[in-house]
Design a protein around this ligand. Structure first.
Ligand code: ATP
Length: 255
């Protein structure tokens, strides 16, 4: 990652108040095109609140968000999705009674702006399903693309969720705790999947698993009490005194 890499997203001094509580407190963040940027912080630091403001689920009390040079601070979620700013949800958003391939084909259709029709030209259908199959392969689900989504394991469902986002051809993927609730083997598979997307997709990753974060991230931003106190390469963040105190003390203080 060179310092000259173009910025795709810039959040400037974002404030979010819930009554008297300040969840994000002048938080600023810049994402460069092509990087995997991780956002870390202890429980209650404001990570989810920040990502919700970026996705459009929460309106900031103050501050601005620019995406690809345009001010998107007040745009609703769907308008951000249309521009390529897409969040993968922590809560599953799959149609459980449809197959993996049908789920992905619906996402491809949504991307192409197609409405649900009973009749579609056979060639367009074939292209849509080819695109869906390519995404299934990308997220490691080629072998189970004909299975009903509801029958997938927890880890496979999370892989499918990433696939649903990829099918939309995002320009920036917001990944909200993709490893949450996973066992060691499932986590390893998801880390490998994200590793495979690196360099090809720009990603903002919110994740509690520090081992995964430090393996995957090009740059890391650390949030403390709603403020971004440091942004840098993994080794810079690991060595940052304020970050060590606030975030890594529990995990590394004893060693
Ligand atoms: N809708 C809400 N109403 C009131 N307070 C809220 C709301 N959402 C979040 N908060 C508060 O804002 C602060 C930041 O919460 P947030 O969930 O953004 O932190 P987080 O870093 O994502 O935490 P975790 O790692 O536990 O998910 C917390 O004190 C939380 O209780």
């Amino acid at each position: 990652m060179t310092p000259a890499a173009a910025e795709i997203l810039r959040a400037d001094r974002l404030v979010k108040r819930f009554g008297g509580l300040v969840a994000t407190d002048q938080a600023s963040l810049t994402i460069r095109a092509g990087e995997l940027h991780a956002l870390i912080g202890p429980n209650g630091a404001g990570k989810t609140t920040l990502i919700q403001q970026l996705s459009g689920a929460l309106a900031p009390t103050a501050g601005t968000i620019h995406f690809d040079g345009s001010d998107i601070t007040t745009l609703p979620i769907h308008a951000r999705v249309r521009r390529g700013l897409v969040r993968s949800y922590q809560i599953t958003s799959v149609f459980r009674r449809l197959s993996v391939l049908d789920n992905l084909a619906l996402a491809v259709q949504a991307r192409d702006g197609g409405s649900l029709r009973f009749w579609r030209p056979a060639r367009a259908e074939r292209e849509r399903y080819d695109a869906a199959a390519a995404v299934a392969g990308r997220v490691g689900l080629a072998a189970c693309q004909d299975r009903i989504a509801g029958a997938l394991s927890h880890g496979e469902q999370r892989q499918l969720e990433i696939g649903l986002v990829l099918a939309l051809r995002p320009r920036l993927l917001l990944l909200d705790e993709p490893l949450a609730g996973m066992g060691a083997e499932e986590s390893e598979r998801m880390v490998a999947l994200l590793q495979g997307l690196r360099g090809e997709h720009t990603m903002l990753l919110v994740e509690h698993d520090m081992d995964a974060v430090f393996r995957l991230a090009d740059r890391i931003s650390a949030l403390v009490s709603g403020k971004v106190i440091a942004t840098g390469a993994p080794d810079e963040i690991q060595a940052h005194p304020g970050v060590r105190r606030a975030y890594l003390g529990d995990e590394q203080g004893g060693s």
